[in-house]
Write a protein that binds this ligand. Structure first.
Ligand code: R5P
Length: 315
C-alpha cells in the first residue's frame, strides 16, 4: 500500500492568483481545489475539495490590498485544513500585513503583528514562511517555526543588470540600515542613511543624509513602498546632496493612493519591486516600475521544507 503518493499539497486563497500559479508551476504541482465564495451577507464560505488527511499542506496568501478579507480567508482556510486532519499546515505569506504596528511606541496602540501571529497559530498554522518582514523581530511573535526569506538575492541580481558604475546603497530611514547593509555587502559597495522623520502615516520629512552620495548612483533599498513618500523624499534628499542618479529596490509594492504618480514625477529613475503583492494594471503602465518575480524563491523554500533541506541557504 502506498501512503501519501503526493508528498504535499499547495492551496491558495484569492489574494494573489498569479503568484500562486507561478509558485505551483515552479514546483510542478497543481493548486489544491478549494470552493471559495460568499454568503449573502458577505461572510466568507469555503470548502477544501481535496483529501488532505495526513498530508503536508502549504497555503499561499498575501495579506495586502484588501488585508482584512485576505487575512480572514487565510484563517478560515487554515481552520478547514486543521479540521480535515492535515498533518502540518504551513502558511506561506509573502507579504505579512498588519506588520507595521509591531511595538507599543505610543500609549493605547495595539501590536497588530503579534495579534496576527496569534490568530494564525490559534487557527492551526504549524509553520510560517514569509518574506522581508517589516521588522525581523516579528519572527519572535510566533512559537512555531518561521522561515524568514529575503528578496535581496533576486533584487541584487536585477540591480547588477542596471550596470551602475558609481553605486552607493542608501537606507531611506534608520530602521532600514540592516537591510541596506546587506544589499551593500552583496553588491560590494558603500552605504549611507537618510534620517527620516515621519509626520503621520502618509507624510514624511527628510532630515539629513549620513554618508557620501555626491556624484554617485544611489540605490534606495527598503522593505516596502506604500504611499511612496519615503522613497520620493529620500530621493530628493540624495539629489540635494549631489547624487547623479537615484534608483530603488523594494520587496513589497503596495503603491497606495497617488504613490505611482509621485514616483513618476520624482527624480527616481527606476523602482525594482518584488511581486509579493499583485501587480496592479496602473503599475504595469508606470514606466518607472520594473517587477522582479519572486515565485522561484517561494517555490524553493517550499521545496526545501518538504525535502527537509536548509532554507537559510536561500538568503
Ligand atoms: C518604514 O519603516 C518602512 O520600511 C517603509 O519605509 C515605509 O513603510 C514606506 O512607506 P511609505 O511608502 O508610505 O513612505
Amino acid at each position: 500500500m502506498q501512503v501519501n503518493s503526493q508528498p504535499f499539497l499547495l492551496f491558495t486563497g484569492s489574494s494573489h492568483p498569479d503568484l500562486a500559479t507561478h509558485v505551483a508551476g515552479y514546483l510542478s504541482v497543481p493548486l489544491g481545489k478549494v470552493a471559495l465564495g460568499r454568503f449573502p451577507d458577505g461572510e466568507i464560505s469555503l470548502q477544501i475539495q481535496e483529501n488532505v488527511r495526513g498530508k503536508e499542506v502549504f497555503v499561499l496568501q498575501t495579506i495586502a490590498l484588501d488585508p482584512h478579507a485576505y487575512l480572514m480567508e487565510l484563517l478560515i482556510m487554515i481552520d478547514a485544513l486543521k479540521r480535515a486532519s492535515a498533518s502540518s499546515i504551513t502558511a506561506v505569506v509573502p507579504y505579512f500585513g498588519y506588520c507595521r504596528q509591531d511595538r507599543k511606541d505610543k500609549p493605547r496602540v495595539p501590536i497588530t503583528a503579534k495579534l496576527v501571529a496569534n490568530l494564525l497559530v490559534n487557527a492551526g498554522a504549524t509553520h510560517l514562511i514569509t518574506m522581508d518582514l517589516h521588522a525581523s523581530q516579528i519572527q519572535g511573535f510566533f512559537d512555531i517555526p518561521v522561515d524568514h526569506l529575503s528578496a535581496r538575492p533576486l533584487l541584487v541580481e536585477a540591480v547588477k543588470s542596471l550596470n551602475l558604475s558609481r553605486l552607493v546603497v542608501v537606507a531611506p530611514d534608520i530602521g532600514g540600515v540592516k537591510l541596506t547593509r546587506s544589499y551593500a555587502v552583496h553588491l560590494g559597495v558603500d552605504f549611507a542613511v537618510v534620517d527620516k522623520h515621519r509626520i503621520n502615516s502618509s507624510h514624511v520629512e527628510m532630515m539629513a543624509v549620513i554618508g557620501d552620495v555626491k556624484g554617485k548612483d544611489v540605490l534606495l533599498a527598503d522593505d516596502m513602498c506604500s504611499t511612496g513618500e519615503t522613497l520620493v523624499s529620500a530621493a530628493k534628499a540624495c539629489q540635494e546632496k549631489g547624487a547623479r542618479s537615484v534608483y530603488a529596490a523594494v520587496t513589497h509594492g503596495l503603491f497606495v493612493g497617488d504613490a505611482l504618480s509621485k514616483i513618476e514625477q520624482s527624480g527616481i529613475q527606476t523602482v525594482l519591486v518584488g511581486d509579493t503583492i499583485p501587480v496592479q494594471e496602473r503599475c504595469k503602465q508606470c514606466k518607472k516600475i520594473t517587477v522582479v518575480p519572486l515565485s522561484s524563491l517561494l517555490g524553493q523554500a517550499i521545496h526545501c521544507s518538504v525535502t527537509r533541506e536548509s532554507i537559510s541557504s536561500l538568503s
